[in-house]
Design a protein around this ligand. Structure first.
Ligand code: UD1
Length: 417
């Protein structure tokens, strides 16, 4: 089992290029099914979840191979419309393939993506939206049997702005006749990236980044070369690493416009952050200050994916900070592990109160989930002594090589196989 070994206490100094965004590339890989031509994805992060998507594509008869940091996909050989239960369980966001397979094949068969370490992860909004577009969806023994010989565009109103449901419907709508309008759509930058990819393939999609996304279906789509946007949660992780350990870092390619709520909180805590087209520079000195309550919310609110990471950065702050997790039910599992390092955190329902302590100490800790795992690394940088982080396969889902990037930023971190 691989582990991450971090010796804390030193300040950071260094520069790193931010990897391509996991949450962009996953729906874009599903979207490659909408054209039989070759698609080249530049700056594609090499992640466990990307590997899982590649295995799904290959299982459907498509070709996918790496050329350096670029992933080339050709779906001309598509010869199946079902995804095995094993592959569906491997990656929670595999449900996103449903809309794309339906659009391309008129039918699809896959199992529920299943439960999740963050709590239940229903796909009811995905399914009701697809039904509204004309799909017939049956559920037998945990398998979803979907048929839609003809998808028809119409207005679909989401009861909450689900990222995955918005993406699934955008992909299905590309294969539908007429115009689909998704109201109360998610506004995350990754939705804009998906729109940009679809447009590069010839699709007519408008409005991503606002609450209404419009798709004119049945456009002839072709291949393209597309560069994946930088990962805002990876950037947030490294900013929080600098906030936690102190020091001076530069994140090449990071976009502050995607991270405004995170950088605002870090500035409030005492970090100095300067951003331009080249990236984001962050300098942090001395102990951080506690900040006003941090409430997770759909974009442009504070991202739930950065909650654990920011919490880790504030463990040694002066004062107490209240967190409120409003997106997922079970997203404080990292708290027990942080407590082993000397953190003072009290959880009550969806609230967690972090009271800053003078010192943290290294300890053996376990990743409970992807961002919770990254949070352990952020905390370990500020802890005295050595921290061994186990179960890092969670981290591999979303970070190409966290130890490599941490070293580039001046940390004493190593991956032990
Ligand atoms: C995406 C991100 C994930 C991030 C999350 C919220 C990807 C691959 N993953 O996940 O990293 O944490 O957005 O920003 O992009 N919900 C329902 N029914 C549904 C769909 C969602 O009740 O059919 C609920 C969920 O349980 C959750 C909330 O809506 O409470 C938000 O989920 P959603 O925006 O769909 O997140 P994901 O797309 O799964």
């Amino acid at each position: 089992m691989s582990q991450l070994l971090v010796r804390g206490g030193g300040r950071l100094k260094g520069e790193v290029a931010v990897q391509g965004a996991k949450n962009s590339v996953l729906p874009i890989l599903a979207a490659t099914l909408l054209t039989a031509d070759e698609v080249e994805l530049r700056g594609c992060p090499r992640l466990r979840d990307v590997d899982a998507s590649v295995r799904i594509l290959r299982g459907l008869g498509c070709e996918a191979h790496w050329e350096g940091g670029n992933l080339l996909v050709k779906t001309g050989g598509l010869n199946a419309w079902s995804i095995s239960d094993i592959l569906m369980r491997e990656m929670r966001s595999s449900a996103i393939f449903l809309g794309a397979i339906l659009a391309r094949c008129g039918q699809a068969e896959l199992s529920y993506p299943g439960g999740c370490e963050l709590g239940p992860r229903p796909i009811d909004l995905h399914l009701s939206g697809l039904r509204a577009l004309g799909a017939e969806i049956g559920d037998a023994g945990g398998m979803l049997h979907c048929k839609a010989p003809e998808l028809k565009g119409r207005e679909v109103v989401l009861s909450l702005p689900s990222v995955g449901a918005t993406e699934n419907l955008m992909l299905a709508a590309c294969g539908g006749s007429g115009v689909t309008t998704i109201a109360n759509a998610a506004r995350e930058p990754e939705i804009v990236d998906l729109q940009n990819f679809l447009r590069a393939c010839g699709a007519k999609v408008y409005g991503a980044g606002t609450s209404t996304v419009t798709v004119e279906g049945k456009q002839p789509l072709h291949g393209c070369t597309y560069t994946i946007m930088p990962d805002r949660i990876t950037a947030a992780t490294y900013l929080c690493a600098a906030a936690s350990a102190g020091g001076e870092i530069f994140l090449r390619g990071a976009r502050e416009d995607h991270l405004a709520t995170v950088t605002a909180v870090l500035r409030e805590a005492g970090c100095s952050i300067l951003a331009d087209e080249a990236g984001i520079a962050c300098t942090c000195q001395g102990r951080l200050q506690a900040v006003r309550p941090v409430r997770t919310a759909p974009y442009p609110g504070f991202p739930t994916d950065a909650q654990a990471i920011l919490m880790a950065a504030l463990l040694r702050s002066q004062g107490a900070t209240v967190f409120e997790e409003n997106i997922f039910e079970n997203r404080y599992r990292h708290v027990d592990e942080l407590t082993r390092m000397g953190a003072n955190i009290r959880v009550s329902g969806r609230a967690a109160v972090v009271t800053g302590v003078e010192t943290l100490h290294g300890a053996p800790v376990y990743c409970t989930d992807l961002r919770g795992g990254a949070a352990l690394c952020v905390a370990a940088l500020a802890a005295e002594g050595e921290t061994t982080i186990c179960e890092i396969s969670h981290i591999d889902r979303g970070y190409e090589d966290l130890a490599r990037d941490m070293r580039a930023l001046g940390a004493d971190a190593a991956r032990i196989e």
